[in-house]
Write a protein that binds this ligand. Structure first.
Ligand code: BGP
Length: 465
């Protein structure tokens, strides 16, 4: 028998600051790396985004109409500490007070991400995450936002997709910056992010013992292309390097041994400062955020110079690595119009693996379908494909729950249309359509899509539909 979604299940939706807020230079906000994007013509940047900064009350009213139990958003570090290191910005802090107060007034649980790709430019200019001063800056920022919002925000997420920032650094670095950091540097940045997260975790537990905090990496099961044992080893390697390492450090306080051996072999293993190992071991997350979009299928590397070549169905973040693994086509799966593999059953497998390894409650912090939604002449947005995508994933979430996974909530990406990390405003994920073109602003009107009414019913019936 299927287990019902538990009472109090956090049916939610997600966004991130730089993708929705706009108001990039208003009320004292400092620049972040995301503000340096120089998008090609026809792709909007993050300066206006969905203008959520000026529509916050209206947007939360729509969340209430949707019946959301939780809303995952991120706090922009450079909005509340413009130079990353120094004085807080009262106007920026007050914006999140308005957002959080509105959520609480509507009975919506706030889930706050501390850092979602938008590194303050001032921190970047002093060496970014590779500089250990950033750890202290992050801890000060953590103390500031925990003190300010901790009475109302009881669910925190440290860092969004730390693993994606390593595998696919242009999630954080705008192309305009030119050369991306070396892999060695990326692994050192990642190590410092682990230390910063550990410090924030310990600090929150000390300041607000009733609050919960965890990481939010992008996690997915990796399939071997065949049952050739060499393919199985390749899949296991890549799963350890891409996924488990990030949760192992967070939960077990030590690097994953397979991933560590890989880093040593590649000459990219990070340096530990005295005390790091103890700190990592001391900090324990309360729950795990999991961003899930797509599985990857891999085969044993051939090490002949072709392992990284893109193959049909490859996602931008799923290319191979010479001598480590080769990405392979999975003939059982189809992809979205943007080439992202669609695999609801893979989500069940992913959740089961995370539950088996870590035994902690899991919140799905992202999952959704990017598509070119159209506003029709009748003023509606018909997105049956999104309903179908989410329905199939919700079914698998319920199966995972039935399998024994302690799933506490599901926050699809995204609450409303926002600027995609790579494809501007053309690629939409929201339950709420935002009327703006790819290169013009238009009305910025909010229009609930068909999926909005469908999701409202799902929430009302606690997943029974
Ligand atoms: C995740 C990020 C989000 C969001 C999402 C969709 O990696 O955490 O910020 O961007 O992916 O990706 P995209 O916008 O590239 O379609």
């Amino acid at each position: 028998d299927l287990k019902p979604f538990p009472e109090g299940f956090l049916w939610g939706a997600s966004t991130s600051a730089y993708q929705v807020e706009g108001a990039w230079d208003e009320d004292g906000k400092g620049m972040s790396l995301q503000d340096l994007h120089e998008p090609p013509a026809g792709v909007t940047d993050f300066k206006v985004a969905s203008d959520h900064y000026h529509h916050v009350e209206e947007d939360v009213a729509l969340m209430a109409e949707l019946g959301l139990k939780a809303y995952r958003f991120s706090i922009s570090w450079s909005r509340v500490v413009p130079d990353g290191f120094g004085e807080p910005n009262e106007a920026g802090l007050a914006f999140y007070d308005r957002l959080i107060d509105a959520l609480v007034a509507h009975g919506i649980t706030p889930v706050a991400t501390m850092f979602h790709f938008d590194l303050p430019l001032a921190v970047h200019e002093r060496g970014g995450w590779a500089n250990r001063e950033s750890i202290d800056a992050f801890e000060r920022y953590a103390r500031l936002i925990f003190a300010r919002y901790g009475d109302r925000v009881k669910h925190w997420l440290t860092i969004n997709e730390q693993n994606v920032m390593v595998i696919h650094p242009n999630a954080m670095y705008p192309a305009a910056m030119g050369v991306l950091p070396e892999k060695r540097d990326l692994y050192q940045q990642s190590h410092n992010m682990f230390v910063a997260s550990a410090k924030a975790t310990l600090l929150l537990h000390q300041m607000w013992p009733d609050a919960k905090i965890g990481p939010a990496p992008n996690i997915t099961a990796i399939y071997p292309a065949t049952c050739d044992p060499a393919d199985v080893v390749a899949a296991d390697n890549w799963e350890s390097i891409r996924c488990w390492n990030y949760l192992d450090v967070a939960c077990f306080g030590r690097y994953n041994p397979i991933a560590w051996a890989y880093m040593v072999e590649k000459g990219v293993a990070p340096e530990f400062a005295p005390g790091d190992a103890e700190l990592l071991a001391a900090a324990k997350p309360d729950y795990l955020g999991v961003n899930y979009y797509a599985t990857a299928t891999v085969a044993a590397a051939r090490n002949d110079g072709t392992d990284c070549a893109p193959r049909a169905g490859d996602q931008q973040v799923m290319l191979g690595e010479e001598g480590v693994y080769r990405s392979a086509t999975n003939e059982h799966l189809t992809a979205t119009e943007y080439g992202w593999i669609i695999d609801p059953v893979g989500m069940r497998t992913t959740l089961r693996r995370v539950a088996s390894r870590y035994g902690l409650p899991i919140l799905i912090t992202e999952n959704g379908l990017g598509a070119r939604d159209e506003l029709t002449a009748d003023g509606h947005v018909h997105d049956p494909y999104r309903i179908d995508y989410l329905r199939r994933h919700f079914e698998q979430a319920q199966l995972a729950l039935t399998d024994g996974v302690d799933l506490i909530g599901y926050c699809p990406w995204s609450f409303m249309d926002l600027v995609s990390t790579h494809q501007g405003y053309g690629k939409r994920y929201g339950f709420v359509y935002v009327d703006r073109g790819e290169d013009d602003i238009r009305s910025l009107a909010r229009i609930p899509k068909d999926s909005f009414a469908w999701y409202r019913h799902v929430i009302e019936t606690n997943g029974a539909e």
